[in-house]
Design a protein around this ligand. Structure first.
Ligand code: COA
Ligand code: AMP
Length: 631
C-alpha cells in the first residue's frame, strides 16, 4: 500500500492543497478564491469564488481541445434495435440547441427542470442543456409511478418537465404521458410546459401545455454556456429516506466536476479516448455520475444502453456491447451479474465475444456477495472491483483505487476509503470501535468535494438526518466494520432503506401506503435476502377489528397499491395478513428481529418484547420458504 497510502494521507492532512491540485483538471472562468469554506460548520462548501460551467467542461472544452470528432456517446438500444453515435461536436451542438429551446421557454440560471425519461440520448442532452444554462435538473427514474413524480414536482417546483412518449421494458411499452398528466394533476405545483420526445413505439396525446421536442429543435438557436458559481446547484436527485418524503440531494457544480474528474483517473483508471460503460439508469446516481458527467468530463466515450443484462436478447447482451463498442471499463450493480450468472453460469455466451480490450468490472449499488465476485472474476479474468457509495456522496467512498494502485482484494469488502473520505466506525455512544467490531459507518466532516452540501431548501433536514447523531460526522446509514488492516466491510443499512436489484427504496414509504388502506390497523415492511435482487421487500398487515376481508384478495390489493403508488420496482415479494405484530413494551415493532428470522437466523427473543407468543406465532411463516399468501 505505497502510493495509495501516501495519497490518502495527503488528502486528509492537506485537503485544500490536495483538492486545489485536482481542480486544475477543470476549466474555470474564475479560479476559486477559497478551496474549502469551513466558516459555517457543519455546512462546508468547496471552491468558493470559482465560476465554471459543467457542460463546457463535459463538451465544449473537448471540442475545442481536439476531440470534436471523437465519439462522446454511443446509444445502444437492443429493445428498439437502434444504435446511434454522437461525436463530441454533435453532442455539443445538440445540447446547445436544446439549451436554446429551454432559454426560449424562459428557463434561466437557477430554474428547475424535471427530467422523466427513458434511456435515450435526449435525456443526456436535456441534462447537459440544463447545466449549460445553469438551470437545475432533477431527473426522476422512469420506473417511478405518478405519485412519486408528483412528490418530486412539489418539492423541486420545476418550471418545465422534459419527457418522452414512452419507455420500453424489454418488450413492454410503458406510456409516460398518462403518468405525467396524473402527476401534474396530483401535484400542487404546476409546471408551465412539458416537452415530449415522441418515440415511434407510442404517440403521446398532446395537450396545450405539451410541446414536441423535435418541432422545437427544428427551429432552435444554439445557446452558449452560462458561467455559474462553483457552489451553485447542478442538480437535485431525490432518494429514499425513512419516510414517504424523499430527500432532495443537492449537487454543486464545482466540487462535483473536480471530484468526478479525479475519480475517473484514480478510481476507474479510465482516460480520455477510452470507452466507459455504466450499465445503470440515468434516474439513479450511478447514471448521473458515470453515464453522463464523469466520462464526458474526462473526455471518454460513454455508452448509453437501453435494455437489461438478460432477455435483450439473451444473457450475452453485455458482452456483445463490450465487444462492439470496445468497452474498457464496465460499471453495474451486482444484481445484473447475478442475473447473467443464473442464465449463463458457465459463460458459454460470453466466450463468443472478443473482450481483449475489456479491463475492469466495477460493481456498486448493493452488497457484492463473495460468490458473485468469484464467479465474475474467474469468468472474466480482469479485476472485479467492489466499491461503496451512495446518492448523497455522488462518487465512491470506498474502493480499490485502480488508477493509484491495485490493492489485494478481500471478497466481501469494497477495500479502502477513497482519498478524501475519513471513514470511522462508531458505537451507539459515538466511540470508535476496535477492528472487527460492527458499528455505524460515519465520515468525518468535511466530506470531500462532490458530496451533498445540503438537501434542497432544507438545511435543517440535512443536519437532522445526517449530522445530528454524531456531531462532526456524517451518518451514512450503513453498518459495518473494518478489519485489522483497515479494509472496510459494509454489511447493510441500519435504517428503513432497502436495495432491491440496485434500486434504493424506503420500507417506511411502503408502510405508509399500506397504512392508508381503510382495513389496515398496523403494518410492517422489511427487506429479506433474495438470490437475484439482493433484497426484496416483504410485509405484514394487521386488520382493524371487525374487518372481514378475504386475506388473499386483500393482500393482492395492497400489493397492487404499492406498485401503483411507488412503482413496479417496489413490488412486495410477499404480504401476509396476521393477527398481531411483535412489539417491545414501549410499542416499537420488532422489524429487525422479524427480518433476521426471515433471513434464516435463529433470532433470540428480545428482552424488551411485550408478548413473546406473538413472535412465536409468526415464526413459521417468517422462515425462508415458509407458507405464504403472496409470492
Ligand atoms: N420503467 C418502468 N418500469 C420499470 C423500470 C423502468 N425504467 N425499471 C424496472 N421497471 C419494472 C420492471 O418492468 C418490473 O415490472 P414487473 O414487476 O411488472 O415485471 C419491475 O419494475 C421490477 O424491475 P426490476 O427490479 O428491474 O426487476 P426485473 O426482474 O425486471 O430485472 C434485473 C432484474 C436484475 C435484470 C434488473 O434489475 C437489472 O438489470 N439490474 C441491473 C442493475 C441496475 O440497473 N441497477 C441500478 C443501479 S446501479
Ligand atoms: P444509492 O443511494 O441508491 O446509491 O444506494 C446507496 C446504498 O446502497 C448504500 O447506502 C448501501 O447501503 C448500498 N451500497 C452501495 N454500494 C454498496 C457496496 N459496494 N456494498 C454494500 N452496499 C452498497
Amino acid at each position: 500500500m505505497g502510493r495509495y497510502k501516501d495519497v490518502f494521507r495527503r488528502s486528509l492532512t492537506d485537503p485544500t492543497g490536495f483538492w486545489a491540485e485536482a481542480a486544475s483538471a477543470i476549466d474555470w472562468y474564475t479560479e476559486p478564491e477559497t478551496i474549502l469554506d469551513d466558516s459555517n460548520p457543519p455546512f462546508y462548501r468547496w471552491f468558493l469564488g470559482g465560476t465554471l460551467n459543467t457542460c463546457h467542461n463535459a463538451l465544449d472544452r473537448h471540442v475545442e481541445g481536439g476531440r470534436a470528432d471523437q465519439k462522446a456517446l454511443i446509444y445502444d438500444s437492443p429493445v428498439t434495435g437502434v444504435k446511434r453515435t454522437y461525436t463530441y461536436r454533435e453532442l455539443r451542438d445538440e445540447t446547445a440547441r436544446f439549451a436554446g429551446v429551454l432559454h426560449g421557454l424562459g428557463i434561466a440560471r437557477g430554474d428547475r427542470v424535471v427530467i422523466y425519461m427513458p434511456m435515450i440520448p435526449e435525456a443526456v442532452v436535456a441534462m447537459l442543456a440544463c447545466a449549460r444554462l445553469g438551470a437545475v435538473h432533477s431527473v426522476v427514474f422512469g420506473g417511478f409511478a405518478a405519485h412519486e413524480l408528483a412528490v418530486r414536482i412539489d418539492d423541486a417546483k420545476p418550471r418545465l418537465i422534459v419527457s418522452a412518449s414512452c419507455g420500453i421494458e424489454v418488450t413492454r411499452v410503458i406510456e409516460y404521458k398518462p403518468i405525467i398528466d396524473k402527476a401534474i394533476e396530483e401535484a400542487e405545483h404546476k409546471p408551465e410546459h412539458t416537452v415530449i420526445v415522441q418515440r415511434p413505439q407510442a404517440a403521446a396525446g398532446m395537450a396545450e401545455r405539451d410541446l414536441d421536442w423535435h418541432e422545437l429543435m427544428a427551429h432552435a438557436q444554439p445557446h452558449e454556456c452560462v458561467p455559474v458559481a462553483a457552489t451553485d446547484p447542478l442538480y437535485i436527485l431525490y432518494t429514499s429516506g425513512t419516510t414517504g418524503k424523499p430527500k432532495g440531494v443537492v449537487r454543486d457544480n464545482g466540487g462535483h466536476a473536480v471530484a468526478l474528474a479525479w475519480s475517473m483517473r484514480n478510481v476507474y483508471d479510465t482516460h480520455a479516448g477510452e470507452v466507459f460503460w455504466a450499465a445503470s439508469d440515468i434516474g439513479w446516481v450511478v447514471g448521473h455520475s458515470y453515464i453522463v458527467y464523469a466520462p464526458l468530463l474526462a473526455g471518454c466515450t460513454t455508452v448509453l444502453y437501453e435494455g437489461k443484462p438478460v432477455g435483450t436478447p439473451d444473457a450475452g447482451a453485455f458482452w456483445r456491447v463490450a465487444e462492439e463498442h470496445r468497452v474498457k471499463t464496465l460499471f453495474t450493480a451486482p444484481t445484473g451479474f447475478r442475473a447473467i450468472r443464473k442464465e449463463d453460469p458457465n459463460g458459454k455466451l460470453m466466450v463468443r465475444y472478443d473482450l481483449a480490450g475489456f479491463r475492469y468490472l466495477f460493481l456498486a449499488g448493493e452488497r457484492l456477495d463473495p460468490e458473485t465476485y468469484r464467479w465474475a472474476g474467474q469468468l472474466l479474468g480482469v479485476p472485479v472491483v467492489d466499491h461503496w457509495w451512495q446518492t448523497e456522496t455522488g462518487w465512491a467512498i470506498a474502493a480499490d483505487p485502480m488508477g493509484l494502485e491495485k490493492l489485494p482484494t478481500r471478497p466481501g469488502s469494497p477495500t479502502m476509503p477513497v482519498p478524501g473520505y475519513d471513514v470511522r466506525i462508531f458505537d451507539d455512544e459515538g466511540n470508535e470501535v476496535p477492528p472487527g467490531q460492527t458499528g455505524q459507518i460515519v465520515i468525518r466532516l468535511p466530506m470531500p468535494p462532490g458530496c451533498l452540501p445540503t438537501l434542497w431548501h432544507n438545511d435543517e433536514g440535512y443536519a437532522n438526518a445526517y449530522l445530528s447523531r454524531y456531531p462532526g460526522y456524517y451518518l451514512t446509514g450503513d453498518g459495518g466494520f473494518r478489519d485489522a488492516d483497515g479494509y472496510l466491510y459494509v454489511m447493510g443499512r441500519t435504517d428503513d432503506v432497502i436495495n432491491v436489484a440496485g434500486h434504493r427504496l424506503s420500507t417506511g414509504e411502503m408502510e405508509e401506503v399500506l397504512a392508508s388502506h381503510p382495513a389496515v390497523a398496523e403494518c410492517a415492511v422489511f427487506g429479506v435476502n433474495d438470490e437475484l435482487k439482493g433484497e426484496v421487500p416483504r410485509g405484514f398487515v394487521v386488520l382493524k377489528a371487525g374487518v372481514t376481508a378475504d386475506p388473499d384478495a386483500l393482500a393482492a390489493e395492497l400489493a397492487q397499491m404499492i406498485r401503483m403508488r411507488i412503482g413496479a420496482i417496489a413490488t412486495l415479494s410477499r404480504l401476509d395478513v396476521v393477527p398481531g405484530l411483535p412489539k417491545t413494551r414501549s410499542g416499537k415493532i420488532l422489524r429487525k428481529t422479524m427480518r433476521g428470522i426471515a433471513n434464516g437466523r435463529d433470532e433470540p427473543v428480545p428482552s424488551t418484547i411485550d408478548d413473546a407468543a406473538v413472535l412465536d406465532g409468526l415464526r413459521p411463516i417468517l422462515r425462508p420458504n415458509g407458507p405464504g399468501r403472496l409470492s
